[in-house]
Design a binder for this molecule. Structure first.
Ligand SMILES: Nc1ncnc2c1ncn2[C@@H]1O[C@H](COP(=O)(O)OP(=O)(O)OP(=O)(O)O)[C@@H](O)[C@H]1O
Length: 311
């Protein structure tokens, strides 16, 4: 496979007069985690549905796992896995039976089942009906089912919505393990912290357009609020450095906040200026806004994950 797991150009979709995707370009390198964020109704699910061949775009082109989405939808389907909030898991069947169903569907070998149960810590519960499983166990089983057939790309639609913090962390570890094994993850999530923790790159979708793309750090640097904090040994040093840099001092009198993007060029410049004036900070830290700030700045709307998940 080439370096690119997903390559999308000018993707468009409208329902009647409502334009849902207004020319989307995406590039997802193989073996990375890509996260698509956006407020409710932004077009995330529509994007995933198009890329997983569930619905057709009106315009634009896409290659998924090296296959053309339109000309070889079957080839795409053979190479991807989709794990959704509304999982394909059947409550009345046991974990083992659910996996067997997937093996039959994908004409895979049943021999993979014990390994998958083991990997997701579900061996002990394998003979119990899924109705008795916790939320975390169901998500794990859902993901295990997705792995049958060894997909190259996994679409994870809100994989941890509704999970307690511990199960969420377990799921994050599992996702990181998958990527370490070479799989590419396309993640949609309502939790900005999740994208921040997991994603190599994030794209923010708003009203059918991409309003930003980059690493979590790049996105955070784009918006105001980033600053470098410097702590000096005494108030006099802090005061003269404050004059030099035009920075404000914190209440403690020894810490300065210097507005800036925290990028390496700006940091080098800052340190050089301090050096030139014989000023020596005891501690330096870079503070960036979190993704919530980014989301607000880019979409003009605050992001309330809890509210959204209770819809
Ligand atoms: N089959 C459809 N017919 C008409 N409009 C649709 C259809 N499917 C989606 N839409 C509209 O397209 C827009 C984008 O929907 P989509 O589900 O892709 O958003 P989303 O970003 O996934 O939002 P959410 O976080 O709420 O799931 C919404 O305004 C939605 O109402």
């Amino acid at each position: 496979m080439s370096d690119s797991a997903i390559e999308v150009a000018g993707l468009r979709k409208a329902y009647g007069t409502k334009v849902v995707l207004d020319g989307i370009d995406l590039h997802v390198p193989a073996g990375t985690i890509f996260s698509l964020l956006g407020p409710n109704g932004a077009g995330k699910t529509t994007t995933v549905n198009i890329l997983t061949t569930l619905i057709q775009a009106d315009g634009g082109s896409a290659r998924v796992a090296g296959q053309d989405l339109i000309r070889n939808a079957k080839g795409v389907r053979a190479r991807i896995g989709v794990t959704g909030q509304f999982a394909a898991v059947d409550d009345l069947l046991t974990g083992q039976e659910n996996l067997q169903l997937m093996v039959d569907l994908k004409r895979a070998d049943s021999a993979v089942i014990p390994g998958l149960l083991e990997r997701f810590d579900l061996t002990a519960a394998a003979q119990k009906p899924v109705a008795t499983y916790s939320g975390g166990m169901r998500r794990k089983l859902d993901l295990a089912m997705t792995l049958v057939g060894d997909p190259q790309i996994i679409f994870l639609d809100e994989p941890t919505t509704g999970l307690d913090p511990r199960s969420r962390r377990t799921m994050w570890d599992i996702i990181r393990d998958l990527v370490a094994g070479g799989v590419t993850i396309f993640l949609t999530t309502q939790y900005l912290e999740e994208a921040d923790q997991l994603a190599d790159r994030i794209a923010v979708l708003d009203q059918g357009r991409l309003v930003a793309q980059g690493t979590p750090a790049e996105l955070k640097r784009q918006i105001p609020g980033s600053h470098v904090r410097l702590r000096f040994g005494d108030a006099a040093s802090a005061s003269s450095a404050a004059d030099l840099l035009g920075a404000t001092r914190d209440e403690d009198g020894v810490t300065l906040r210097v507005p800036g993007d925290g990028g390496t060029a700006a940091l080098r410049d800052l340190l050089n200026r301090l050096d030139d004036h014989g000023a020596h900070a005891e501690e330096l830290s870079v503070h960036t806004p979190d993704l919530d700030d980014v989301f607000l700045a880019l979409t003009g709307r605050p992001h309330h994950a809890e509210e959204a998940s209770n819809r």
